[in-house]
Design a protein around this ligand. Structure first.
Ligand SMILES: *[C@@H]1O[C@H](CO)[C@@H](O)[C@H](O)[C@H]1NC(C)=O
Length: 290
């Protein structure tokens, strides 16, 4: 019964041929069913019948979790409430990644700070093992006071990072112009909270204050409209089923373009595409194309 319920709730696009509408109901995922605690023992906790997950960090260890499923395209949403107070030195990472030296990866990383000083939202995209595509942002709210939604849309056309529904970054598929795009390696969802006080806050100048430990970040409201991948069955999305799903073809509309401009103008603090010092041989090709 439990597993039947689970299948009904979780968005397996393979099942969609069953439904005649193009509207996909997104159900909140249950942390017990969707994730495994992979690091930190009891520092990671699933609570409230699977509706809430907390990670914590102390001097001895951080903690983390990983999705049971692998995905090859999807719209993945999670609400996070970050380490409050003096979170300097801590990093909360929330990302998609495949395995191995030529892995693909799409990252959100939240770099903590002293009480009252702003977090940095650090983003990156790795394709076939190569990253170096960082963009960093301040947020327009305090991410430690309440839960906020961080989502990754990954489809054949683009990767869109959003915060509370506002797109902050887009990485378009520019394969026709010779830029690689992640499209064949299924990714897991990962999250972890760890100590990175050698670089995270003011470039490593501000250290973790262990008298404040344990540091805790909270998660809820997971949802995935996604193509689940299995080695036995391949992708759960046939092109027929995927074509009924708006997320699979979604790209930024005019409003989205305006929002991204607003965020980039007012909140972006680092963009690899403008860092000419770092790339003396010339900026990466996607920078001039997008
Ligand atoms: C921390 O606060 C300082 C001072 O406002 C700021 O320069 C820095 O970007 C903030 N974030 C991090 C992660 O260092």
């Amino acid at each position: 019964m439990a597993s039947h319920h689970h299948q009904t709730c979780f968005i397996l696009l393979g099942l969609l041929s069953f439904f005649s509408t193009s509207v996909v109901e997104v159900m909140a995922g249950n942390f017990y069913q969707e994730f495994d605690i992979t690091w930190g023992d009891s520092r990671a906790k699933i609570l409230d019948n699977g509706q809430l997950l907390t990670l914590s960090l102390d001097r001895a260890s951080g903690s983390g979790f990983k999705s049971k499923n692998q995905y090859l395209y999807g719209k993945i949403e999670m609400q996070l409430k970050l380490v409050p107070g003096n979170s300097a030195g801590t990093v909360t990472a929330y990302y998609l990644s495949s395995l191995g030296p030529t892995h693909d990866e799409i990252d959100f990383e939240f770099l903590g700070n002293l009480s009252g000083d702003p977090y940095i939202l650090h983003t990156n995209v790795f394709i076939q093992g190569k990253g170096d595509r960082e963009q960093q942002f301040y947020l327009w709210f305090d991410p430690t006071k309440d839960f906020h939604t961080y989502s990754l849309l990954w489809n054949p056309h683009s990767i869109i990072f959003s915060v509370d529904g506002t797109p902050i970054r887009e990485f378009k598929n520019m394969e026709t112009k010779g830029v690689a795009f992640p499209k064949s390696q299924p990714m897991w969802i990962y999250s972890s909270l760890w100590n990175a006080d050698d670089w995270a806050t003011r470039g490593g100048l501000v250290k973790t204050d262990w008298s404040q430990a344990p540091f805790t970040a909270s998660y809820r409201g997971f949802s995935a409209q996604a193509c689940v991948w299995s080695s036995a069955g391949g992708s759960s999305c046939s092109s027929a089923s995927a074509s009924r799903n708006s997320w699979f073809y979604q790209s930024l509309d005019a409003t989205g373009q305006q929002r991204i401009k607003w965020v980039q103008k007012n909140y972006m603090i680092y963009n690899y595409c403008t860092d000419t010092k770092r790339f003396p041989q010339g900026l990466p090709p996607e920078c001039s194309l997008s």
